[in-house]
Design a protein around this ligand. Structure first.
Ligand code: CA
Ligand code: CA
Length: 704
């Protein structure tokens, strides 16, 4: 525990230091100029012992996730840090590091590190304040303040408190600390712009309360005039808070003064004057220090309930569990939605090992907000589940529809949508390399593309680093030691080539001495095994028709000559194709393929045959394949002229097929790759009768 505190303290100091240095530098730069910036610290707070260490305009570029902080003039001109401090030069003390970007919830997460650059001064109650700028808001505020608020800003702004693990909240000389800020941004934003200030109390603790926490209430009914008791903890270093109020305007009331009960506890009575309906209502609590006229603010949620509501929620669509998809150690559960006047409706999952369920003794997961729910860390074997809905009053549905599934038979995939690929296309090549999912070339509506786009797995964003030397689709493809290999494919809808390209992933430069295929081929199987590329099947156009092949070849870079391998058992193309390894051998799997084959072939390179394995339940072509940890996955494909969402998973050891969760979007000739934990599937073509729709969507499947 002690160590943790020290680490966190060390991180916090870096931020203060950077901030002050920036201010000091800026002060010199603007010396003698009139202060015209609208952002100026409020003079009334200086009496409270607060020091504005710096105010910055911070901009985060959501495309590159880089952050830039520029000190504002007004703040620097009006604040005399040298009264307390003589900062040494420090070019790098205020650090912002973006650590996550969540497009689903429209929020960016950044670590902000502050450092105390002084040689002998302690800072107290260090805060990073985020003033609202348009639609950008701090989502994880510790509490709220009006300190240093820009002119005209009357609503308290959220802040994060540093060093809260230290009982004294003290930042000593050369200590640093880091806090994580979650910033919400509006849809379509390309940048996040914030006004950010760092405040500390010197040379002692702040005068106003430093924390307002643990709000509690008794039940508040929907009936107009109904009342409830509230209590809240107000922490004050000097134990001399003058006044605590809760604003109940949203309930039709006003500022209600709370009485000092004992220690940090304040309590009082609030009323639902308007008789607002069931739900949770935000109310602000203010803790005032009279001598300095400084307050700390906190938002709390007041819950209103309908005590006359004794009815459980009503299911809107399906009752309880719609599907329960078991994996090796977890179950993905999808369920219907229910509604109730006493919102919000939440869901309770009951589960037990075995094929029966006793509600009295079952395991219970309470308060699930929405479908789906992932139940993890389960033993192999049968599990029985039931899901019920519950309203705010605790009324629970009585449905007892049980679902039994067997965990541990096969892995499954939990698909989620990722950021769309910028260019919709199918018949592209791709692989994982350097932390990116690469998608190369391809075509859309008959137009060949030279587009190269890559998905940054850590950051969840796409960019386009370079282009292929020429537009091309339907080629074999792989990456080895930072080099992309492109084999054959098409230059136009019927122009199939034997040419190959070897390309440096860093800058897209084409390397000399490319191999040439033994014959023009497109849509062949291609997989990398033990540093050797294996190609099999494929097709070419005769001028009047497409002809499938059965030949197989291999190439071991840096050699540029293909060597013959054992032919497939039949002519095919557009099949799912992947390599895998067991403790004995490396092997290749070819699955499905033109024309809508069910066949599955298994081959150990160097042996004289491809073995027929257990066939697919339905034929398909244009399916894509990946292998992970002893299991082969076939994803999507076409049957007839209809694209499929189907995902099947194959146990290579036992020669057994299982169904996995389907893709969200039906697609064929997509691009897929796996790192063993996640499967990435991008683009492809969706055929609906004669219509062919190129896709941009990315689906990311978590293997479980
Ligand atoms: Ca006080
Ligand atoms: Ca109800």
């Amino acid at each position: 525990m002690r160590n943790v505190n020290h680490q966190s303290a060390a991180l916090a100091v870096a931020c203060v230091l950077a901030a002050v240095c920036a201010v000091a530098t800026l002060s010199c730069a603007v010396a003698g100029r009139p202060a015209g910036h609208p952002v100026e610290p409020s003079a009334s707070h200086e009496a409270a012992g607060h020091v504005l260490l710096g105010m910055y305009e911070v901009e985060i570029d959501l495309a590159t996730l880089s952050a830039e902080a520029v000190p504002t003039r007004g703040a620097s001109a009006h604040f005399d840090v040298t009264r307390f401090l003589k900062p040494p030069y420090c070019p790098d003390c205020f650090k912002i590091k973006v650590i996550d970007l969540d497009w689903d919830n429209l929020e960016v997460t950044a670590d902000v590190t502050v450092k105390n650059f002084t040689k002998g001064l302690d800072g107290y109650d260090v805060r990073g304040i985020v003033y609202p700028c348009g639609d950008f808001i701090l989502k994880n505020s510790y509490a709220y303040t009006l300190l240093h608020a820009p002119d005209g800003e009357t609503d308290p702004s959220g802040f994060r408190a540093y060093d809260t693990a230290d009982p004294e909240r003290k930042m000593g000389p050369s200590e640093s600390a880091t806090e994580t800020f979650i910033i919400g941004f509006p849809e379509g934003a390309k940048f996040v712009d914030l006004l950010y200030a760092i405040d500390a109390s010197w040379p002692d603790h702040c005068a106003e309360p430093y924390d307002i926490h643990d709000f509690e209430q008794s039940g508040l009914d929907v009936v107009p005039g109904a009342s409830a008791q509230v209590t809240v903890y107000v922490s004050d270093w000097q134990s001399d808070t003058s006044e605590v109020t809760i604003n109940t305007e949203i309930l039709g009331g006003s500022d209600v003064a709370l009485s000092h009960y004992s220690g940090e506890v304040w309590s009082g009575t609030i009323a639902n004057e308007l008789g607002v309906s069931p739900g949770t209502y935000p109310c602000m609590i203010t803790g005032l220090d009279q001598s300095t006229a400084t307050s700390l603010y906190q938002w709390v949620g007041v819950s209103v309930r309908d005590f006359g509501d004794l009815e459980p929620p009503v299911w809107d669509d399906e009752v309880g569990i719609i599907s329960a998809s078991p994996g090796l150690a977890g179950i993905l559960i999808e369920f219907g939605t229910a509604s109730d006047p006493s919102e919000p409706v939440t869901y309770n999952l009951y589960w037990a090992e075995g094929e029966t369920l006793d509600f009295g003794t079952a395991n219970k997961v309470k308060g699930i907000e929405a479908s789906p729910y992932f139940l993890r860390s389960l033993k192999a074997g049968a599990h029985t589940l039931c899901l019920r809905a519950q309203d705010l009053n605790g009324n629970e549905t009585t449905n007892d529809e049980l679902t039994t599934v067997v965990v541990g038979e096969h892995p499954n995939v939990w698909w989620k949508r990722g950021a769309d690929m910028p260019t919709p296309r199918g018949y592209a090549g791709g692989f994982l390399a350097g932390g990116f999912f690469w998608v190369l070339g391809g075509s859309a509506a008959g137009t060949m593309l030279d587009t190269v786009e890559r998905y940054d797995i850590a950051r969840g964003i796409w960019d386009s680093p370079w282009s292929l030397p020429e537009p091309r689709d339907s080629f074999g493809c792989g990456a080895l030691r930072g080099i992309a290999y492109i084999f054959g494919g098409r230059f136009s809808e019927t122009d199939v080539t034997d040419s190959c390209r070897v390309i440096d992933l860093v800058d897209g430069s084409v390397l000399p001495s490319s191999p040439t295929l033994p014959m023009p081929l497109a849509n062949m199987g291609c997989a990398l095994l033990d540093l050797t590329f294996y190609l099999a099947g494929g097709r070419h156009f005769t001028g009047t028709e497409w002809v499938n092949h059965r030949e197989a070849f291999c190439l071991t870079p840096p050699a540029t000559e293909f060597v013959g391998e054992t032919d497939l058992e039949f002519e095919t193309s557009m099949m799912a194709f992947a390599s895998g390894t067991s403790i004995y051998d490396g092997y290749l799997i070819s699955c499905g393929g033109s024309p809508d084959r069910q066949d599955v072939l298994y081959h150990v390179p160097g042996t004289k045959s491809w073995q027929f394995r257990a066939p697919l339940s339905t034929g398909r072509a244009g399916n894509v394949g990946v292998w992970a940890d002893g299991w082969f996955y076939t994803i999507g494909g076409d049957f007839g002229w209809t694209s499929m969402r189907i995902v099947d998973v194959y146990n290579v050891e036992t020669d057994t097929w299982y169904s996995a969760n389907a893709l969200g979007t039906p697609r064929a000739v997509a691009t897929a790759a796996t790192d063993g934990e996640f499967i990435y599937v991008a683009g492809g073509i969706q055929s609906v009768g004669p219509a062919l729709i190129p896709l941009a969507s990315l689906e990311i499947g978590r293997i479980y």
